[in-house]
Ligand binder design. Structure first.
Ligand code: ADP
Ligand code: MG
Length: 522
């Protein structure tokens, strides 16, 4: 048998994602249109709120030509963010794995892929380049680019570049793509995505124009932004050999003691001395001179060193109860809404915060199972529900029993969950589901139970009120009869007795903070 020799070659990241688009959520025209909107909107929100700007984001989708697989759409997303320095625009939009977010800071983006995948998909399906217009803050100029990706080399190709003067002093970014999509099949998801984004970001103004020329405006209902996310140093419990080596390389001439203190959270001089002693390394040794076994020993000691403060969470950008409740009220006009922001917790050396909101009654849809709005780093997660950590907590058999909280389905109940961290353990780069890390699961459950307890108190209080009202109404029916009999016995005006009896009933209702009966009965 003739042996066919294998041929070997390496491919660029652009070529890899060109061949494996579905990994990043671009599996078919419908999903791709949804993912395109998502990635661009998320970049816009990162570019605004992370920099203290109240976001105004305009999204437009127009149908151009119908083709057998769907249609060509013009997608435009415009924001009032910080813009991008022009020298970085080509790489930011046309070189895969190029990002300003490869730092330890909470943001929606984290893979350096989103914008490029949208550009790549547009390019390979319609052949059109991406147009990017940027006005960095305080820039005297507005810069426009037409870009394509050289897929083989993973390099940007600039087809056109123009500069105009920024007379109005605007700032922000506009991205325009012509891409293959399928509006009919993605309409529902895209609307859902935008609505859910508006819920979690009531401080944003979002205008959406769909291909059927419908306009949807989500107004800003609160002027408060979440605390800005700040960059942080790695925590010793999460360090690995590669990270350690690159830190040591960048500080090669410095004594190892100083490198540790400077490069990690929670390590002061004393702690560094103890760690080095335990790893058998001299504290004066130059960082660049550590041998491989020494680096390994150091990492092992650091990962399990007990006497270190847990990772800092003050750099995380959680929403807080006020914003969550404002978002839920805006979307559902519920009878009752509450939110819980848990204290920071830790998994694998990363701090994270879980938040849960609950809306009940009012215009909340009545559902057979709780309606769950999942978010991670303020991104709505719509696909792959079943594999998400939140659904493990809600598992019908093993999860939370809602009856304990006086909730019997069907019930008008919506639950919002938000996990924020510098590292969200997504199940894939399409960012749709969070893995079931035990520490996260525990926090989600605790937060949910805490919020449900508040709901139960509300439900019980309301039930008690209802009972009291029913009782009072039942008694009130007999007032005229009683008043009549009494008036005959004591020769008093029956009207006077009725008024007295009603007063008695109302004073009891008042003790439950229920409005007086005359107004209840109307
Ligand atoms: P990621 O968001 O994961 O970093 P992207 O490919 O989506 O990856 O974006 C790459 C980079 O381009 C971002 O890190 C950011 O610096 C920049 N960028 C993209 N969109 C915008 C925008 N609307 N405003 C400002 N900067 C942007
Ligand atoms: Mg992004």
């Amino acid at each position: 048998m003739a042996v066919v020799e294998e041929s070997f070659k390496s491919i660029s990241p652009a070529e890899f994602f060109y061949k494996n688009k579905e990994i990043a959520g671009f599996s078919n025209p419908a999903r791709a249109l949804y993912q395109t909107i998502r990635e661009l909107v998320e970049n816009s929100l990162d570019a605004t709120e992370n920099h203290g700007i109240l976001p105004t984001v305009k999204v437009s989708i127009r149908e151009l030509d119908v083709v057998p697989e769907g249609a060509y759409y013009e997608v435009v997303v415009e924001d009032n963010g910080v813009g991008i320095p022009p020298k970085y625009v080509p790489q930011a939009f046309a070189q895969l794995l190029f990002s300003s977010k490869y730092v330890l800071r909470q943001s929606r983006g984290m893979f350096g892929l989103g914008a490029k995948m949208a550009v790549l998909y547009a390019q390979i399906t319609t052949g059109y380049p991406a147009e990017v217009i940027v006005a960095p803050i305080k820039s005297k100029h507005i810069y426009s680019f037409k870009l394509k990706i050289d897929i083989r080399e993973n390099k940007p190709v600039i087809l056109n570049f123009t500069t105009t003067s920024n007379i109005l002093g605007k700032h922000g970014t506009t991205v325009r793509l012509i891409t293959l999509g399928d509006w009919a099949r993605s309409k529902q998801r895209i609307y859902e995505y935008i609505k859910r984004t508006a819920i979690i970001a009531p401080y944003a103004e979002i205008l959406f124009r769909d291909p059927d020329s419908n306009y949807l405006l989500f107004e800003r209902t609160i002027d408060k932004l979440p605390p800005p996310a700040r960059e942080t140093l790695p925590h010793p419990h999460g360090v690995d050999i590669e990270t350690m080596k690159s830190i040591l390389k960048s500080l090669a001439d410095r004594p190892i003691l100083e490198s540790l203190v400077e490069s990690f959270q929670g390590i002061g001089v004393m702690t560094a001395q103890r760690i080095l002693a335990e790893a058998g390394i001299k504290q004066e040794k130059k960082s660049g001179e550590l041998t491989d076994p020494e680096v390994e020993a150091l990492v092992r000691v650091m990962r399990s060193f007990k006497d270190i403060k847990p990772p800092r969470a003050d750099h995380l950008s959680y929403l807080g109860e006020e914003i969550i409740v404002a978002g839920l009220k805006k979307a559902f006009e519920p009878e009752f809404a509450t939110a819980i922001t848990r204290k920071p917790s830790v998994f694998e050396g990363h701090a994270f915060i879980v938040e849960v909101g609950i809306a009940y009654g009012g215009k909340v849809p009545v559902v057979e199972k709780p309606l769950v709005l999942r978010y991670a780093n303020k991104i709505p997660l719509l696909y792959d529900e079943g594999s998400d950590v939140v659904f493990k907590v809600l598992d019908e058999k093993k999860g939370i029993d809602f009856k304990v909280y006086e909730i019997e389905f069907p019930s008008p109940l919506v639950i919002l969950t938000h996990i924020c961290s510098t590292k969200i353990p997504y199940r894939g780069v399409g960012k749709e589901a969070v893995a079931d890390i035990p520490e996260i699961e525990e926090e989600v459950e605790s937060a949910l139970r805490e919020a449900l307890r508040e709901l139960r108190s509300y439900i019980l209080k309301k039930r008690k009120e209802l009972e009291e009202i029913e009782k009072a109404v039942a008694i009130a029916k007999y007032i005229p009869e009683i008043a009549n009999s009494l008036s005959k016995m004591y020769k008093v005006d029956p009207q006077e007795i009725s008024v007295k009896l009603l007063e008695l009933l109302n004073s009891r209702l008042k003790s439950f903070k229920i409005p007086s009966l005359s107004s209840v009965v109307v």
